[in-house]
Design a protein around this ligand. Structure first.
Ligand code: UGY
Ligand code: MN
Length: 271
């Protein structure tokens, strides 16, 4: 973090940018963890090298230790990085925040996925990620829950890759945000990844309370996230865990678009 002159937060000119001063203050963080939700902000990330990773670091943000049924991490790949397959039984979704990676299923031609692109690898197949030039990724891993329906319909999850902005915007009755879904809506996939865009001043009309859980990464913009009875100022780079049934609401503020990527479990009987 940058050194801040000690006078910066005094006097009339100190108001905008005051948040930078707080972030440089020893011991200060906007991160906050509760039983049913968590806000994890960039200054709280702990980077390490998981077993088998080469020239790459991970910061694990959400895990089952919080009550989640998935793992959300950031991966910082340097030049000539390799990340091995997800743990056995786990599906893996990745979104490229910066740089580019190559990935695919072992034995098949791999695909290049650049900034703004995403990929999905099913469980039980070997699928590593490599990067020549370096990349920053958000990775979501989840053990696949088989359903009798996917078995009966002979549906199997398959590897795919795509580009967020090339996905169609889907109608959401009663809401104003632009929604894109990155995973096909068929039964062999037990979660989806939504990308939601809000212009400044737009907000969720539904004050949502639902059975699904969420892992969220704010990719662009600023706003206020309501989680249970707390109201958090948030900005690009912040991550959020939402347990089932936590009341949730977002209002976009600032002067630029808010875009977030959000994990949501679906297609399985909640009962
Ligand atoms: O689909 C959702 O549940 C989504 N609208 N939730 C959210 O943005 N917090
Ligand atoms: Mn929701």
């Amino acid at each position: 973090l940058q050194f801040q002159p000690p006078t910066k937060n005094f006097g009339a000119s100190s108001a905008p940018g005051g948040e930078d001063f707080l972030l440089g203050l020893p011991g200060f963080t906007r991160s906050h963890v509760e039983k049913d939700h968590a806000l994890i902000t960039p200054e709280s990330r702990v980077w390490f090298t998981p077993p088998g990773w080469e020239n790459a670091l991970a910061a694990i943000i959400i895990t089952p230790a919080m009550g989640a049924q998935f793992v959300m991490s950031l991966a910082d790949l340097k030049a000539n990085a390799t990340i091995p397959s997800a743990p056995s039984g786990a599906q893996r979704f990745g979104y490229v925040i910066e740089g580019a990676v190559s990935t695919g299923i072992k034995g098949k031609k791999s695909k290049k996925v650049a900034k703004g692109g995403f990929f999905y690898a099913p469980s039980l197949l070997e699928s590593k990620i490599t990067s020549k030039e370096g990349a920053l990724l958000v990775i979501i891993e989840k053990r696949h829950t088989f359903s009798p329906e996917e078995h009966a319909l002979k549906l199997e999850p398959e590897f795919f890759a795509g580009v967020v902005d090339a996905q169609p915007v889907l109608p959401v009755p009663g809401e104003v945000f632009a929604l894109r879904k990155l995973i096909p809506m068929t039964l062999q996939y037990d979660f989806n990844i939504h990308v939601m865009d809000f212009q400044p001043g737009e907000f969720l009309n539904v004050k949502e309370v639902h059975y699904n859980q969420h892992g969220l990464l704010l990719l662009e913009g600023q706003g206020i996230y309501r989680l249970a009875d707390k109201w958090y100022p948030v900005q690009a780079g912040d991550a959020i865990w939402m347990a089932p049934f936590v009341p949730q609401w977002y209002g976009a503020l600032g002067s630029t678009r808010s875009r977030y990527l959000i994990y949501k479990d679906n297609n399985r009987d909640p009962g």
